[in-house]
Design a protein around this ligand. Structure first.
Ligand code: AMP
Length: 215
């Protein structure tokens, strides 16, 4: 199953992907996670991406598309299926993804669009914490760790993403509305778009997603 997750930052794409990947045996591909890893390792790509990520803008299409193409062509786990989180984010990326998958004979099966209000996403993003070691996601009030600042899974330290501050969030929302939201129509025209109310808790979102996926 090849699934694309759409929706504004903070809608819960990463949380849903984390929760479904083991159940469905799919690879979770997050362009944000890949970029943050490149930045942490100080690679040339990471250095190039840094200014865009930190300001809440979009990294140039060709750069992220190259990353995705590489992953889809070379990671054997991707052949079994994937949950794509944070890509595509522009019309050009959506078209390029279709081309890459066409060449691999693995078209997108379904696009799940997580619909969440501005109030919800701002609350989620400002309270979000991430494990530095394993990437597990937490929220100060919605999903606090058992011990403050420490990951339940691996004991790693939790941190707040540099772009999860009010000012950058406003820019990310603007970028979403202008560049990413229009691709909802792209998938709708292909008959592949399914919407989920994401203003609710993660368990309800997971149940709704599984219902769609399992038909
Ligand atoms: P995310 O973890 O999905 O919220 O992504 C964090 C940041 O990484 C975004 O605000 C962008 O700066 C960058 N980014 C992630 N995915 C993409 C993409 N598909 N195209 C361009 N920039 C991206």
């Amino acid at each position: 199953m090849k699934i694309v997750l759409l929706g504004p930052p903070g809608a819960g794409k990463g949380t849903l992907a984390e929760s479904l990947r083991d159940t469905l045996g799919l690879l979770h591909i997050s362009t944000g996670d890949i970029l943050r890893e490149e930045m942490k390792n100080g690679t040339p790509l990471g250095k190039e991406a840094k200014k865009f990520v930190e300001s809440g803008g979009l990294v140039p299409d060709e750069l992220v598309t190259r990353l995705i193409k590489n992953r889809l062509e070379n990671d054997p786990k991707a052949k079994k299926g994937f949950l794509m989180d944070g890509f595509p984010r522009t019309q050009k990326q959506a078209e390029d993804l279709d081309k890459i998958l066409k060449d691999l004979n693995q078209p997108v099966d379904c696009t799940l669009c997580l619909e969440a209000s501005v109030k919800t996403v701002v609350q989620r993003l400002t309270g979000r914490r991430v494990c530095k070691q394993c990437g597990a996601l937490y929220h100060m009030t919605n999903k606090p760790p058992k011990k403050e600042g420490v990951c339940d899974n691996c004991g790693g330290p939790l941190y707040q993403r540099a772009d999860d501050n009010e000012e950058t969030i406003q820019n990310r929302m603007k970028v979403y509305t202008e560049s990413t939201k229009p691709i909802i129509e792209y998938y709708k025209a292909q008959g592949k778009l399914r919407s989920i109310d994401a203003d609710t808790d993660s368990q309800t979102v997971r149940t709704a997603a599984l219902k769609i996926i399992n038909g």
